[in-house]
Design a protein around this ligand. Structure first.
Ligand code: PMP
Length: 363
């Protein structure tokens, strides 16, 4: 009997639940003249002033960065009318989500979030050794906050609310969110993930900024990756009560926000009005694309992020493949649907041409 040789390292005792975790998926690279619409990136090139600020920071890369990232925290604090201690920055908001989960949830504890939502949540919960409790989205693809509140047990340590929700694009309303905050215990950590908030135009939507200082258990998370176009620099931030942020400072990997990242973030805040004009361009493109897809017969839910959700059901893999053949890389979540980021204007025409031929008979 011939047995396959064991892979080196395979006998080393590692955590079995980690071995079972899928690696973070990034989507295929776009073909040469195609478009990458799979990671909700900003299609605009960085502003020259931001590139210059990042380049200027390079003269000090023989030194470690400021571990507290004070300069960028002060700049964010000023924008939100809080103190720098009420702000924490991390290597992307995904790092901060991990820090908060690890700070609050241990083995045996539960973390509640809606599903579908951001793909990274399940893995971060597993890494913390805690248990995911996924509450299905409503038929309109939005969070079911009443069901999420009902899913809270005495083992729940974190609830994550994602608005706009990745990948469905729906928002939680301010009224729904406030009802939810009243319904859950005030010693339960609530993370409001607002990675796409700058793209929201629905006036009924929750806006974490208006809730700062109102709840002892609420932390809002935002990022420079999307509206500010700095995905490659990895800077996210959270605003909340100092005691909760201090715990997340303790679970951080030290020194993960570089001087270059901090310089890019500060330069982006300096150029905020110009960057937010670019957000308006993406929002206009999104709304036009959504309206045209609905006119074709697609049941596109509310789209308040920089992406639209195509509920392509069992056709998901086939539709994504057709889009890929036409040069468009999208993010397929079989058997539910496809998330399509709002990219360059030229991608819109291709999307409408291909998707117009593929409208499902019933959705
Ligand atoms: N939250 C949500 C809902 C996201 O979609 C993303 C990025 N895809 C993040 C957080 C993390 O973004 P970053 O780490 O780049 O700040």
């Amino acid at each position: 009997i011939v047995t396959a040789p064991e892979q080196p390292g395979a006998s080393v005792r590692l955590r079995p639940e980690i071995a079972a975790l899928p690696a973070y998926r990034q989507g295929r690279p776009a073909p040469a003249d195609g478009f990458k619409l799979s990671s909700n990136e900003n299609p605009h090139e960085p502003l020259p002033g931001v590139v210059e600020a990042v380049a200027a920071s390079a003269h000090e890369i023989n030194r470690y960065p400021d571990a507290t990232a004070l300069a960028v925290r002060e700049r964010i604090a000023e924008r939100f009318g809080v103190t720098a201690d009420e702000v924490i920055v991390g290597a992307g908001s995904v790092s901060l989500i991990a820090q908060f989960i690890t700070a609050a949830a241990a083995p045996g504890d539960e973390v509640v979030y809606s599903w579908r939502s951001f793909e990274a949540y399940p893995g971060l919960v597993t890494v913390a050794g805690a248990t995911s409790v996924r509450v299905p989205n409503r038929p309109d693809h939005g969070h079911d906050l009443d069901a999420m509140a009902a899913a809270v047990t005495d083992r729940t340590r974190v609830v994550i609310v994602c608005s706009p929700n990745n990948p469905t694009g729906t928002v939680v309303t301010a009224d729904e969110f406030e009802r939810f905050m009243v319904a859950v215990p005030d010693d339960l950590l609530v993370l409001l993930d607002e990675a796409y908030i700058e793209f929201v135009r629905d006036e009924a939507s929750v806006d974490g900024r208006t809730l700062i200082g109102r709840y002892p258990n609420l932390v809002i998370l935002r990022t420079f990756s999307k509206a500010y176009g700095l995905a490659g620099l990895r800077v996210g931030y959270a605003i909340g009560p100092i005691a909760i942020l201090d715990a997340a400072r303790s679970t951080a990997i030290p020194l993960s926000v570089t001087a270059a990242s901090a310089a890019g973030a500060i330069a982006s805040l300096d150029a905020e009005s110009e960057l937010l004009e670019r957000v308006d361009v993406i929002v206009e493109r999104r709304d036009r694309l959504r309206a045209a897809l609905i006119a074709q017969g697609w049941a596109i839910p509310q789209a308040q992020g920089n992406f639209v959700w195509l509920p392509s059901g069992n056709d998901t893999a086939a539709v994504a493949e057709r889009l890929f053949d036409a040069g468009l890389v999208t993010r397929a979540f079989p058997p539910d649907g496809i998330r399509v980021s709002i990219g360059e204007e030229a991608s819109v025409e291709i999307l409408l041409r291909i998707l117009g031929e593929l409208v499902p008979a019933s959705q």
